[in-house]
Design a protein around this ligand. Structure first.
Ligand SMILES: Nc1ncnc2c1ncn2[C@@H]1O[C@H](COP(=O)(O)OP(=O)(O)OP(=O)(O)O)[C@@H](O)[C@H]1O
Ligand SMILES: [Mg+2]
Length: 404
């Protein structure tokens, strides 16, 4: 059974690749391992290992046979396909599909452990890897550097708000010992404190390795570190949280979702119709009378529409319309709607934390189609968070809170 682990940081250059290689080396001593370099346009596996070309073969039209690094680690990197210095400019979608193909169709999936070295950021490739790995996903190992506190918090926030399992955080290049004295050129480690706020495990700090460049030049990126040993041990001993995930899905199915959403939506819309004067909003976002929009509540993976309503703001009043072509469409899922309405989300430790509606958009949980309509869509969504719909929230709180 495969366990997939992502090595993540929204900030570039903090050591994701070095940590990935080191974890893969440790895992391969005890089990079968694969290492997927998910950075397509800046793939740097070759740079770290000195290996320029290795054959990535196709078996039939479906199976991708990955080459071995160090005799026992299956590797994929664009640098092995294209060469280490060949420039690449393909769309994020194409890059993400390529990585997904490797995860689904290469012999990496027969390995016990798969390490995915992510590109910096949390966009298309990151989301695609999580979606593709799904049930086999063990968790993310977050990599940071002490000076990059804001980026570290961003990375933790994304995992917390998108319910992505986290194995723990490791702080790289955190210190250096010279002549018995410890220096912190990038500042004192801050990871432990940040992790405790989110309920995530803090693995510890990795020092700056003075001769790293030489080691890499010799094709040996290994770093001796009890912290890296512990991460490998954790990966070997843990299992993907399938049960918890199934439980979640089961809970969702037990509740008659569609009925609830419709009740909540109808009540919210009626309340807005009765009590809201939207003239200012209409002016501010130039929502003309002729600009109907469609609000779609979709499943969490955005693949199916659960329920849908067409609306228009007319002379400052929200009205439900039929048989019109919407100028823009808003898509969001029930969990996001519940979070927006209640203003909270359930963190991985079970506690309720504040949820800003802007998060819904920032986390890709509200999608808008129709160019230039995003500000309008945000205005519409933030409208329903106005304190004046509190009554509805109170009425449906017990239902809504199940979803956050
Ligand atoms: N602990 C360390 N000691 C010394 N050098 C290090 C250490 N960790 C990383 N480096 C060096 O810092 C640079 C950045 O590391 P690396 O490429 O692993 O970061 P990254 O997060 O994968 O970057 P990117 O976001 O570009 O993929 C590399 O040159 C690497 O050799
Ligand atoms: Mg990298």
């Amino acid at each position: 059974m495969t366990k997939i682990v992502a090595i993540v940081s929204v900030k570039g250059g903090v050591g994701k690749t070095l940590v990935s290689l080191n974890i893969a080396l440790r895992l391969a001593e005890q089990t079968t391992a694969a290492l997927i370099d998910a950075d397509i346009d800046n793939a740097n596996f070759s740079q770290f290992t000195g290996i320029d070309t290795m054959n990535i073969k196709l078996e039939g039209s479906r199976s991708i046979m990955l080459p071995l690094w160090r005799e026992n680690i299956k590797v994929f990197s664009m640098s092995l396909l294209a060469g280490r210095r060949r420039g690449i400019s393909i769309t994020n979608e194409d890059a993400a599909n390529l990585v997904a193909d490797v995860l689904r169709r290469s012999d990496a999936r027969y390995m016990d452990t798969v390490i995915v070295d992510m590109p910096p950021g949390a966009g298309t490739i990151f989301r695609k890897v999580l979606e593709t790995a799904a049930d086999d996903f063990l968790g993310s190992v977050l990599v940071s550097q002490p000076a990059m506190m804001d980026s570290t918090i961003k990375t933790l926030e994304i995992h917390s708000k998108l319910d992505i399992p986290v194995l723990g955080l490791v702080e790289n290049m955190a210190y250096i010992d010279i002549d018995g004295k410890r220096y912190h050129p990038f500042g004192e480690p801050v990871g432990e404190e940040i992790c405790s706020k989110y309920g995530y495990k803090y693995y510890g700090a990795i020092p700056i390795v003075l001769d790293m460049y030489d080691r890499i030049k010799k094709g040996n990126p290994y770093i001796e570190s009890p912290v890296l040993d512990e991460i490998a041990r954790d990966i070997l001993s843990k299992e993907p949280q399938r049960a918890t995930w199934l439980e979640k899905v089961r809970n969702m199915v037990l509740i008659p979702i569609k009925e609830h959403i419709e009740q909540i939506l109808v009540n919210t819309i009626l309340k807005i119709q009765r009590e809201f004067d939207l003239t200012d909003l209409q002016k501010e976002f130039s929502l003309t009378d002729e600009m109907p929009f469609e609000l779609n509540i979709v499943t969490e993976d955005f693949s199916k529409i659960i329920t849908s309503v067409k609306l228009r703001v007319k002379k400052g009043k929200l009205v439900v319309v039929k048989d019109v072509e919407p100028a823009f469409k808003i898509y969001t899922d029930i969990r996001t709607l519940a979070r927006i309405l209640t203003g909270v989300y359930k963190a991985n430790d079970g506690s309720l934390k504040p949820y800003d509606p802007l998060d819904a958009w920032l986390m890709g949980k509200i999608r808008v189609t129709g160019e230039g309509f995003l500000p309008k869509a945000i205005a519409v969504m933030s409208l329903i968070t106005n304190t004046r719909v509190k009554e509805i929230i109170n009425k449906f709180y017990n239902i809504l809170i199940n979803y956050v």
